[in-house]
Design a protein around this ligand. Sequence first.
Ligand SMILES: Nc1nc2c(ncn2[C@@H]2O[C@H](COP(=O)(O)OP(=O)(O)O)[C@@H](O)[C@H]2O)c(=O)[nH]1
Ligand SMILES: [Mg+2]
Length: 300
Amino acid sequence: MITPAPRTTHSGFVALAGRPNVGKSTIANAIAGAKVAIVSDKPQTTRRAIRAVATGADWQLVLVDLPGVQRPRDALTERMQRRVERELADADGCLFVVNAEQGIGPGDRFIARLLRSASVPVAIAVNKVDRADRARTAATLQAAAELDVAQEIFPVSARTGSGMGALTDHLRSLLPPGPFYFEPRQHSDLPESVVLAELVREQVLARTREEVPHAVEIEVVELAQVREGLLRIEALLLTETESQKGILIGAGGRMIKAIGVAARRSIERELGIGVHLELSVRVKRHWRADERLLDRLGIE
Ligand SMILES: Nc1nc2c(ncn2[C@@H]2O[C@H](COP(=O)(O)OP(=O)(O)O)[C@@H](O)[C@H]2O)c(=O)[nH]1
Ligand SMILES: [Mg+2]
């Protein structure tokens, strides 16, 4: 057999845009084939521009799951806003995600305007087609076309995988010739401590409501291999107030226990090894405005 000469590789960055909750993180995970970005039904929970990496024989696609765009309010949201602008300017393409079931609304039109002024090729994913009937999906596809921002529009379900192959193929076609930026088996650019903190945060998001999900941050303070196949993780759950701390601990410690059990299972599933997870809750009143802490937590 003749070994083929090495082909040129293609690589590049695709920024994910879209209203909160349309399924950007779920799409990034589906394309990367790993849980890179946490998924939540609470809006505005992505704090870091997470890069999800998918690699083929001669291509590497890096998806940037952007934090939600909102009016700058504090150091945290300001950092997120600046990050969005920078990532869009650097991207080779943009995947604009909309919701098939809800159709196109003012929020989508606002984003479409932003994207029209950024000079990157845009594709639209009309996601959650598993939740919409044929007529509803057709109407959203039509409305998406009328936004007049995208060259291509794909009906998909990140949950079932329907349509995801065609979408991934299209995104690959946007990639210019270029080197691999990540090891082929790497699915994300986040340091391990941040990935683990995010998996804990996902369980907090799943169990809290109103302002609490937004008031909590997780800091992994210790990460140690106890022995082959067993990792010990110690993490702090930071809240802004005593009452939020009380909610996280829960009556008789039930809430923190439930978060810990679920987070340990999810980390074990991702890493494929045993985990000993220790959580404690601490009030840190102004963590959202603490630039040094934001640095440490990987929020650029
Ligand atoms: N039914 C259905 N739900 C989805 C799909 N994609 C995402 N979701 C759900 O929609 C919610 C928001 O998803 P997420 O990826 O966090 O959205 P993001 O805020 O845009 O990143 C989560 O509860 C997901 O499980 C899909 O294709 N079908
Ligand atoms: Mg997200």
